[in-house]
Design a protein around this ligand. Structure first.
Ligand code: ATP
Ligand code: MG
Length: 448
């Protein structure tokens, strides 16, 4: 069942305060300040988007977005702490310390013609490139992506306004696109990623017909600028539901659009790839749940590890040193990856260090090097990465055990551990070389 964008105005469902659970006590004080100031200046002011959706679901919203009939310039005049941003969508950001309340003027559909004001542009291929046509509350509702994201909380009477059937879909736990999914994904292919993100975050169902359209249109993501996809990838994987998101992206044929090289190895059943990524994402989710920091560098290091590892193994066979082969492989993989999803430079350096450190952790333990490396600020990330590789079965557990003990030990014991290693390491190497190489999983295990 598709809800078509109506041509003639349509009566919304209005849910009065007594019939919904949104309480002002759960709305941020700053968002309330913005809503009231707009209202007192004579404008319409509504909370919209994820804030309303999450409050109705009894969850804590990540942030609060406001929609109003005030124009960007008028919004700026009302708030001293306000900045106008964005070209594609012109928005006002009202800042209160670390909290930013996003205030947007009601928009009309991009093809609003004479009815709307401002600028809207649709490219020949149906993509929206500018979307600054102002409209009404109703037109604003119909241009949003999913019905559950198009609910408005009216500060004038505390009611919820529903034009698109979002309340029913919230109750049923269904993700439904507003209008024809083919048209809406053509306008903005990122909406497919947003569908996956909300399905994972809210544990909502993606109906069969929507799932089919996503499959069909997945390759449209290639039209989205790689820098915008970076922002989306962070939202997909660093919002606390990375593991489920990954499974859903794969199910819907979207993962390969973001990480083609990794997808290649997943399809080829390259050993350790799937368990490694799954474990990395499960850990990421656990860290977020525990309030620990997570970084894009570590995330990308895990998502791209298989292509780097396999390419590095090829270089090693040609006689390139362990560290250099990881460096060279990393460079090639990053260069290719930049074509789909950009990773900003500031994250590339720590990511490459995680990769090259793997050689320090596995191949270069003899001598005094571990004594300095363990004190290095980047050691922790490299070690965590090694633990993941051990968990996935790609590296012998003894390497992790050794480093775990080494970290806990005092200076004297550390020195003894390094000294003890040199002859022992030689012995192990010789034994390993005699082991027959089957060319399968075991043959590729690092440290053999
Ligand atoms: P989150 O909890 O992640 O913040 P959200 O639904 O608030 O979820 P935002 O990206 O903050 O998502 O966007 C706010 C609202 O703007 C959405 O709820 C939706 O109504 C609308 N929106 C955002 N991106 C799009 C898009 N690409 N196409 C149509 N509507 C969009
Ligand atoms: Mg939001």
């Amino acid at each position: 069942m598709n809800r078509r964008i109506p041509v003639i105005p349509h009566e919304p469902l209005i849910i009065p305060r007594s019939e919904h659970n949104i309480s002002r006590a759960n709305i941020s004080e700053n968002a309330l300040k913005v809503l009231y100031r707009l209202k007192n200046a004579g404008y319409a002011a509504y909370l919209v988007g994820g804030g309303v959706r999450d409050l109705l679901l009894g969850r804590h919203p990540k942030d609060f977005d406001v929609a109003t009939d005030a124009r960007p310039e008028e919004i700026r005049k009302l708030f001293r702490n306000c900045r106008l941003i964005g070209r594609r969508f012109r928005l006002a950001h009202v800042r209160f310390g670390r909290e930013i309340i996003e205030v947007a003027t009601f928009r009309a559909p991009h093809d609003a013609g004479e009815g709307g004001e401002g600028e809207g542009a649709l490219r020949d291929d149906g993509m929206i490139v500018a979307d600054n046509v102002y409209g009404t509350l109703e037109s604003d509702a119909w241009r949003r992506d999913f019905t559950i994201n198009a609910l408005y909380y009216n500060i004038a009477d505390f009611s919820v306004v529903d034009y698109t059937g979002g309340m029913a879909d919230l109750r049923e736990g269904v993700l439904r696109v507003i209008g024809d999914p083919r048209v809406r994904f053509q306008e903005d292919p990122v909406r497919m990623l947003r569908a996956i993100r909300f399905a994972a975050k809210l544990e909502f169902h993606i109906p069969e017909d929507l799932s089919r359209v996503i499959h069909e249109m997945a390759d449209r993501l290639a039209l989205v600028p790689a820098a915008r996809l970076f922002d989306e990838v962070l939202k997909l994987f660093l919002s606390g539901h990375a593991h489920l998101t990954f499974e859903l992206l794969r199910q819907h044929g979207l993962f390969g659009q973001l990480f083609p090289a990794t997808q290649h190895y997943l399809e080829a059943n390259e050993p350790f790839t799937l368990p490694f990524i799954r474990q990395a994402l499960i850990n990421t989710d656990q860290r977020i749940a525990a309030g620990k920091p997570v970084t894009p560098a570590f995330l990308f290091a895990t998502l791209l590890w298989t292509p780097v590892r396999v390419a590095a193994a090829g270089l090693r066979e040609q006689g390139v040193s362990p560290i250099q082969s990881l460096q060279m492989a990393g460079e090639t993989v990053v260069r290719e990856q930049q074509q789909t999803v950009t990773l900003p430079r500031r994250f590339q350096t720590p990511m490459r260090e995680i990769w090259t450190s793997q050689a320090r952790l596995v191949e270069h333990r003899a001598g005094k090097r571990p004594l300095a490396f363990v004190e290095h600020p980047r050691f922790r990330a490299a070690y965590d990465f090694l633990l993941l590789r051990c968990d996935a079965g790609e590296v012998e557990p003894e390497y992790c055990q050794w480093w775990t003990e080494f970290q806990a030990a005092d200076e004297e014991v550390r020195q003894a551990m390094c000294e003890a290693l040199a002859p022992a390491r030689k012995g192990r190497r010789r034994r390993r070389r005699r082991r027959p190489r089957s060319g399968n999983a075991a043959g590729r295990r690092t440290g053999q």
